[in-house]
Ligand binder design. Structure first.
Ligand code: G3I
Length: 357
């Protein structure tokens, strides 16, 4: 793939202008790199193994990948004393072979815990299981990861816990200190990778999302004040075209600016735009979804601390948002359609990347 890309780029330089790829048509990774950014997507392990069209388009468009699922506990830590790096290593080899950086997702989360977890982990041994998991998994990829979602989705004010923390097994087993334990272990396991905190539901001007933004900011301020080794924030950006009326660019810019003010780099980590509540007409849906991508990313990329944009999948062929529409029409939520054709969303992302100064 590298040879193909190099040949195309060299040939493009020699080809008459009529045959040269216009700048606008360059892959998203080229639009991103031209402005010092990374563009990537969540990688579907099985599809990368079995769908050659998918892997070719992934390599063409992306210079950053994140495993959608295979570095979560249920896959990478299937038994108390056993780790399974086969899927993660496949993705790491794919990335290394196509000049694609890799980021890790996720070391501490309340979902996708293996069946053995609840019956094995206690208050007495939880710290050891947590530290061993982080040391083993991060250590396995030491020096090869751009960044990690060390802790994922720890804030949920409706749970009513102190500091807006989500009521998770980790909070119940270790108390709020689980966050400090996780980031301290991560720093010891791989000081090369940016250690991040990743969350969702922070994008719109609603009372619930404002409360969550305040709680996330308070958490990040506390961790920084305590000199806990955290260097990045992941803004998942799971958006909805139906929520567009609640999107105010200045609210997003203010929030990202306050995070940047803590000295943290920012990644847009899981962007997609649900079209579940849009009319069935695909042209109208594609236009509405593209507008969401362009408005959100143009606002986000005005923040210099934003260093990467990832969509949660590259093609509508592989999205977690499939089968969400009442009319059962296929989802049209990502840059490429099910046949890997670029949609208005692709052009919207390219245009937003090009606004980066
Ligand atoms: O691998 C098993 C398979 O062996 C089994 O036959 C099948 C049926 O039970 O399940 C498969 O595991 C599924 C896994 O995706 C891999 O396909 C899980 O059931 C399913 O719950 C899991 O869903 C993932 C979800 O996170 C929960 O981990 C989605 O694909 C993934 O897109 C979604 O991603 C999350 C981020 O990690 C965090 N932010 C939100 C985002 C969307 O929910």
């Amino acid at each position: 793939m590298i040879a193909r890309r190099a040949f195309l780029q060299s040939a493009a330089c020699l080809a008459p202008a009529a045959f040269r790829l216009s700048a606008a048509e360059e892959p998203l990774r080229v639009h991103a790199a031209a402005h010092g950014l990374l563009y990537g997507a969540a990688a579907n392990y099985r599809a990368l193994q079995n769908d050659s069209d998918y892997s070719a388009h992934f390599a063409e468009e992306c210079n950053l990948l994140v495993p959608e699922n295979v570095l979560k506990w249920s896959t990478v830590h299937p038994e108390p004393q056993r780790f399974d790096f086969v899927p993660g290593d496949f993705l790491a080899r794919f990335g290394a072979g196509h000049e694609i950086q890799m980021r890790g997702h996720t070391l501490v989360w309340h979902e996708q815990l293996p069946r053995w977890f609840a019956e094995t982990v206690t208050k007495e041994n939880a710290r050891e299981y947590l530290e061993t998991h982080i040391h083993t998994v991060m250590g396995h990829y030491q020096g090869r990861m751009h960044s990690w979602d060390v802790v994922n989705e720890a804030i949920h004010p409706p749970d009513g816990c102190d500091d807006g923390l989500r009521k998770t097994p980790w909070l119940e087993l270790l108390g709020p200190e689980y966050l400090e334990i996780a980031y301290t272990a991560a720093a010891a396991a791989d000081g090369h990778a940016l250690a991040g905190y990743n969350d969702y539901g922070l994008d719109y001007q609603t009372p619930e999302q404002e409360a969550k933004r305040m709680a996330v900011l308070a958490l990040l301020r506390r961790l920084k004040k305590q000199k806990i080794p955290i260097q990045a924030f992941g803004m998942q950006a799971h958006l909805s075209a139906a929520q567009q009326k609640n999107f105010q660019p200045q609210v997003l810019r203010r929030f990202l600016g306050e995070i940047a003010g803590l000295g943290l780099k920012i990644l847009i980590t899981e962007m997609d735009v649900s079209d579940a509540d849009l009319p069935a007409d695909t042209e109208a849906r594609d236009r509405a979804v593209a507008e969401v991508y362009e408005r959100y990313l143009t606002a986000a990329l005005a923040e210099p601390a934003v260093v990467a944009v990832l969509t949660w999948g590259l093609t509508d062929k592989y999205t977690w948002l499939a089968h969400r529409r009442a009319d059962a029409a296929p989802a049209r939520v990502l840059p490429l359609d099910v046949e890997f054709q670029r949609k208005p969303a692709w052009y919207a992302i390219a245009k937003a990347l090009d606004t980066r100064r």
